[in-house]
Ligand binder design. Structure first.
Ligand code: NAP
Length: 249
């Protein structure tokens, strides 16, 4: 039965206290896994730990961790080893027009969304049991340019490329490497980088144009992540969960 496909497995989610990461942790628990979630904010960690435990009816480990801190991440992964699946949705988001280009912010964004997950995956490769997996999170901006989101598109493209390469680099360790590439998902990050008016226009624009005429839900990305974890014949895959946005003529 699909719902228990993660029985006996251990799933670690860095960035698992909100949005897509939280939904992934919650679904992994429902599918039978032991789950560890981590993120930077003490408040998010406490809230997520409590809510996930209530939802699962059993304890869940929730810890504070900044995925950009390589030493702390190495220590965190070693303490929770061995585990089966590592999901890496934890990152900041920025939106920046070319007029407002700020090199420091652009580099910090790459540190958050590319380098943090890269080093976590690299450090985790000796802690993941054979048959396990790593899941990255990129995004639609690699496939459909979004104004003000050049850095987003670039980092998403880098993550997609890294996914295909690491699937080869780690195959001898028996680790599959995949990526969920979300479209516009209603988690709050889109609102965080826009005014209320801009967001309303953006939501309307996407909902009217893409074949599935609404924004995505975090649970829909979670389901994609769990598919990638549990299907042993899938590696190097970039799985779009985007309401069909790429098919817009
Ligand atoms: N939602 C969308 O429309 C969309 C579209 C395309 C791509 N994506 C990608 O999908 C992934 C998840 O997005 P989301 O919408 O679920 O984001 P979200 O709701 O903002 O959640 C992000 C999570 O990551 C944590 N986090 C952020 N930086 C971290 C760090 N340095 N170390 C550890 N944890 C960190 C946050 O908690 P703390 O603040 O406590 O650290 C939070 O738990 C991201 O990579 C995002 O770029 C999302």
């Amino acid at each position: 039965m699909a719902e228990r496909e993660l029985d006996g497995k251990k799933v670690v989610v860095i960035g698992g206290t909100k949005g897509i990461g939280y939904a992934t942790a919650e679904m992994a628990l429902a599918w039978g896994a032991d789950v560890v979630v981590a993120s930077r904010s003490a408040e998010n960690v406490a809230n997520a730990g409590e809510a996930l435990a209530a939802s699962a009816g059993r304890p869940v480990t929730a810890e504070q961790l900044d995925g950009m801190d390589r030493a702390a991440t190495a220590d965190f992964l070693a303490r929770h080893a061995p585990f089966d699946h590592l999901a890496l949705p934890g990152s900041e988001v920025i939106r920046m027009s070319m007029e407002d280009l700020d090199e420091g912010k652009a580099r910090a964004y790459f540190d958050s969304k590319f380098w943090g997950p890269f080093w976590a995956a690299y450090q985790a490769r000796t802690h993941i049991r054979r048959g396990g997996s790593i899941t990255f999170y990129s995004g639609v901006a690699n496939r459909r340019p979004i104004e003000g989101y050049t850095m987003g598109g670039a980092v998403d493209g880098a993550i997609d490329a890294m996914t295909r390469s690491l699937a080869w680099e780690f195959h001898e360790a028996g680790i599959r490497v995949n990526c969920v590439s979300p479209g516009i998902i209603d988690t709050g990050i889109g609102q965080a980088i826009r005014t209320a008016e801009e967001w309303a226009a953006w939501e309307r624009y996407n909902s009217e144009r893409q074949p599935v005429r609404r924004l995505g839900h975090p649970e829909e990305c979670a389901r994609a992540g769990l598919y990638l974890m549990t299907n042993g014949f899938v590696t190097g895959e970039i799985l779009a969960v985007d309401g069909g946005v790429e098919s817009i003529p």
